[in-house]
Ligand binder design. Structure first.
Ligand code: AHR
Length: 653
């Protein structure tokens, strides 16, 4: 057999990784590497939810947010949708040279692609006793030129005094990244307009009013094991009134009430007073999305606390004795997901298009809560949920920090309350990630399992996406993998960010109105998610895991067995500045079971502090080198590199 020789560096240290193949270790959960979405950074409205019109039903507190108008436009509030009552009446101007029109700016402009079709819909009626009216819909490029030239223009006749929905599909002759939608009143007769919407026809799975295709493809390409939604802090709200209310996300989108987004305010430096949630991407859509991408749905519900960072006052929390409606929300959510079609919420799910249950298995109670105020409320939920739905796994929180007083208080409480999983969150610098190679090795195996629900390496002074941060995440993840008996799920955060509307970075996937880019962290997550294996294998040097400890020269490693592919998968991360030689020794194999190399995936970057960009989205990609049938005794792991080796071991179970 051929020995594969990889480049050697003179200064390389010699190490040995012994992979014990005698028996399989703990099973790796199918949920292990997942995704988490929150509507932060214009992730849902203005992002994944493909609606191109901002404030489509004029129900923002200032009804013309996102709109400009000319001529005679009146806002009225007795529209056809009781929870979004506003609409506009366009009257003819009384001056022969003035016209009446409204113009929508979209989210940072409207992105339109050449030769693609767009579905323009709106509700309209003819008021004031007239039979008919007419509007002209235009798409115009909003450029720095003097002219805002329309490139699509179409007249639409309106008839009758009853509200009706109108639909026009247009094909664009050009690409425009910052177009605007204009609607002119044509003729003398007034018209009422409501819920003015524009979507690409080519959405994910071609669904009407659906999700942006390139972003969904990025999620599906991850092959995630679980999908946590809808947040994050938006579950809590800036106050209880603005908490995420999943029940408001049900039914026709026209009547889902608007909610102020908590990320509207969070940082003064990143203030978006026009950031609201239409709930067009609501719980039904999130369950469907999870099903589409084969991920276990993990909904989070409010525990009766608004954001604890922003509300230190008890009066912004629900009194412990008044939690009934909040607990009922959790119970109804389980019915919505799993109940048969004769139940109240199961019926709503069926009416929305999914008679089959979504097969919900877990529910998270509270996001990133802490203190006794959380514990007493959580207990109430757990007590009731265990009685009514003992089959549903409950996820509790360990607070906002990776360690410290809040964390130390909550973990024992979570054990006492007997939640099934504890959600840990950490956004920490490089030094923290480097020092966490053994984090889960010593966790109590008898308590709840771990869900690493939000994490990312935030470079010190370099709090943006770059390769080095992703390398340290890869190193840290060897520890998750090695401890798959206790770590059952992990989801990087946040997921999405619009380049012109971000609140928080780094993020996994960035986009503008037309393009998107998968970051280095995305590819690290994907390497794990595509190669989770089915069982942990013991992989050690001198009986100790390679976890970046003293004497280990910046090496981190883990190994898994994939029973379906009959492969052993070894992940090694070298965070040091020098290449390392790692002798791979397999023990416990039968005579005829020689591991044969299948391929080597190498992930590195010439510049540690750059990432893929919208202009150059494939600059830094993992490179797979096929090596079918060869053997490899010594892995030469280059400096600052993540390498994954896959070996076939015929005959092993
Ligand atoms: O991911 C961004 C925020 O970080 C989440 O909303 C919150 O849970 C955490 O503090």
């Amino acid at each position: 057999m051929l020995a594969t020789v990889l480049a050697l560096s003179l200064s390389a240290h010699n190490h040995e990784l012994t992979i014990d193949m005698k028996r399989n270790g703990a099973p790796v959960q199918k949920t292990m590497y997942g995704l988490f979405i929150e509507d932060v950074n214009f992730a849902a409205d203005g992002g994944l939810y493909a609606e191109l019109i901002k404030n489509r039903s004029f129900d923002f507190p200032y009804p013309f947010t996102g709109w400009q108008f000319a001529g005679n436009v009146e806002v009225r509030n007795d529209g056809p949708f009781d929870r979004n009552p506003n609409y506009v009446r366009l009257h003819a101007s009384d001056h022969p040279h003035k016209w009446t029109a409204i113009v929508n700016e979209g989210f940072f402009g409207i992105g339109i692609e050449r030769d693609k079709e767009y579905r323009f819909t709106f509700y309209a009626r003819v008021p004031e006793g007239k039979d008919s009216a007419c509007v002209c819909m235009q798409l115009a490029e909003r450029s720095t030129n003097r002219f805002r030239q329309d490139f699509i223009s179409q007249e639409i006749s309106i008839s009758g005094s009853e509200w009706k929905q109108y639909e026009v599909v247009v094909k664009s002759p050009m690409t425009a990244s910052r177009a605007q939608l204009r609607i002119f009143l044509v003729g003398e007769n007034a018209v009422d307009l409501e819920h003015i919407s524009l979507f690409p026809v080519d959405t994910w799975k071609g669904r009407k009013g659906g999700l942006r295709k390139d972003l969904m493809e990025a999620l599906a390409d991850m092959k995630p094991g679980c999908f946590r939604f809808p947040g994050g802090c938006i579950v809590e709200g800036t106050d209880l009134d603005t908490r995420y209310n999943w029940k408001n996300t049900l039914g026709p989108v026209e009547n889902r009430p608007l909610n102020e987004n908590r990320w509207h305010y969070t940082f003064q430096t990143r203030f978006y007073p026009d950031y609201f949630q239409t709930y067009g991407l609501g719980f039904y859509e999130y369950f469907l999305l999870s099903e589409d991408i084969g991920a276990e749905p993990l909904p989070v519900v409010n525990v009766g606390l608004s954001c604890q960072y922003q509300n230190k006052e008890e009066h912004n929390y629900v009194p412990v004795d008044d939690l009934d409606s909040y607990i009922q929300d959790a119970i109804d959510l389980i019915e919505f997901a799993n109940g048969d079609t004769t139940t109240v919420y199961g019926k709503i799910r069926a009416q929305m298009g999914h008679p089959e249950p979504f097969n919900l298995k877990f529910i998270a109670i509270g996001n990133e809560q802490w203190g006794d105020e959380y514990v007493v409320r959580l207990e109430k939920f757990v007590e009731r949920l265990r009685r009514v739905h003992p089959e549903i796994g409950i996820i509790g929180s360990s607070g906002p920090s990776s360690e410290g007083p809040k964390f130390d208080h909550l973990w024992p409480e979570m054990k006492r309350i007997k939640v099934d999983l504890v959600d840990e969150h950490f956004y920490r610098p490089e030094s923290w990630f480097l020092g966490q190679g053994n984090r889960y090795d010593s966790y109590d195996r008898k308590g709840p399992k771990v869900f690493v629900g939000e994490y990312a390496c935030h470079g010190k002074g370099r709090k943006w996406n770059h390769f080095n941060a992703s390398l340290l995440e890869a190193a840290f993840m060897t520890n998750l993998e090695r401890n798959a008996d206790i770590v059952h799920m992990a989801t990087y955060a946040p997921l999405f960010a619009h380049v012109e509307g971000w609140n928080w970075r780094p993020d996994l996937i960035w986009y503008d109105n037309l393009r998107s880019v998968r970051t280095c962290s995305y590819y690290v997550q994907q390497m794990y998610a595509h190669n989770p294996g089915t069982h942990v294998l013991k992989a050690t040097e001198n009986e100790k895991p390679l976890a970046g400890n003293e004497g280990q020269d910046g090496l981190f490693a883990s190994a898994v067995w994939d029973a379906d592919r009959q492969q052993v998968i070894i992940k090694i991360v070298n965070v040091s500045d020098v290449a390392q030689d790692v002798k791979l020794t397999f023990t416990g194999l039968k005579k005829n079971q020689n591991p044969e190399l299948v391929d080597i995936t190498t992930y590195s970057s010439d510049n540690l502090y750059t990432d893929n960009t919208l202009a150059c989205p494939t600059a830094i990609l993992p490179k797979v080198k096929k090596a079918e049938g060869t053997s490899l005794d010594k892995a030469a792991v280059p400096a600052k590199t993540f390498v994954m080796y896959r070996f076939k071991v015929p005959g092993r179970k």
